[in-house]
Write a protein of this length. Structure first.
Length: 274
């Protein structure tokens, strides 16, 4: 098992200093490409058709930034859809990319609609090491999509914190829902069904001061309990990536524990964004 990764901050979103832009492809005016920078996953970008020339786009981060996590946390790409992402420091020139995912299937092998019912199906890719680039080209091919268009709910191009020491044993990956159950006078149960969200609880232990403060403490200070991040439980396990990686927020802010000299322990609780 590889060490978990926090995909944070999301550098494809507009920030305090940099204002990344998205361009290319052909997207409906009422559901533009800019919706990929909106935290609400239901506010999708929708292509005008399924031609490959329409379902691609380029992200300009405005400056070269170290990137570790690429993700489309929610999409309506079909079973046969593929994606390729390339990086460059020259706008529009991806012939000799700094990084290339190659053309890969968006859906995991052996997975169908029944197996992902009730889950926010996304595509996630973690680079082997941080890669500094300004321009990122996303090429999606899904000509067989029967909807006649392509919906994408969110774009994540993020830096990454991969802790020097992985989660302690006892980490929990769970589910929760706000579904309400009410029993009628006749004894039957009726339900107000709500979506199911993934959760994660774990502790990062024995972190040196610099890492705990500059990564763990600062991430909590800036993100708070509303800032979005990508959680990747195990970047090496691509077969389970769609189950154990999700867009999340911190459930609460945690104090840094100092059990030993210059060593720190930080508990984390995450809840999925839908």
């Amino acid at each position: 098992m590889a060490t978990m990764v926090f995909g944070w901050p999301i550098v494809s979103d507009r920030g305090v200093i940099h204002y990344p832009t998205l361009s290319g492809g052909s997207w409906q005016a009422a559901l533009p490409l800019a919706n990929l920078q909106d935290r609400a996953l239901a506010r999708v970008a929708r292509s005008v058709n399924t031609l490959a020339s329409s379902t691609q786009f380029e992200a300009d981060l405005k400056t070269a930034r170290p990137v570790r996590v690429l993700a489309l946390p929610r999409h309506a790409i079909s079973f046969t859809g593929t994606i390729r992402v390339r990086a460059s420091n020259t706008a529009g020139n991806f012939a000799s990319p700094l990084y290339d995912t190659g053309t890969v299937n968006v859906w995991p092998a052996g997975i169908d609609a029944e197996k992902v019912e009730g889950i926010n199906l996304g595509w996630t890719h973690v680079t082997p090491a941080p890669l500094s680039a300004q321009y990122w080209l996303f090429e999606i091919s899904d000509a067989g999509n029967t909807a006649g268009y392509l919906d994408i709910g969110r774009l994540v191009i993020a830096q990454g914190w991969q802790p020097s020491i992985n989660m302690q044993y006892g980490a929990k990956l769970g589910l929760e829902t706000a579904t309400e159950r009410e029993v009628t006078d006749g004894g039957a149960a009726v339900y107000s069904r709500r979506a199911t969200r993934r959760t994660a609880m774990f502790t990062l232990d024995d972190l040196p001061d610099t890492e705990a403060l500059e990564s763990g403490f600062d991430m909590q200070r800036i993100a708070g309990t509303s800032g979005q991040l990508m959680f990747v439980f195990d970047p090496a396990d691509t077969a389970q990536m769609h189950r154990r990686s999700f867009l999340a927020v911190l459930r609460e802010l945690s104090a840094l524990d100092h059990p030993y000299f210059n060593r720190n322990s930080i508990p984390f609780g995450l809840i999925e964004e839908l």
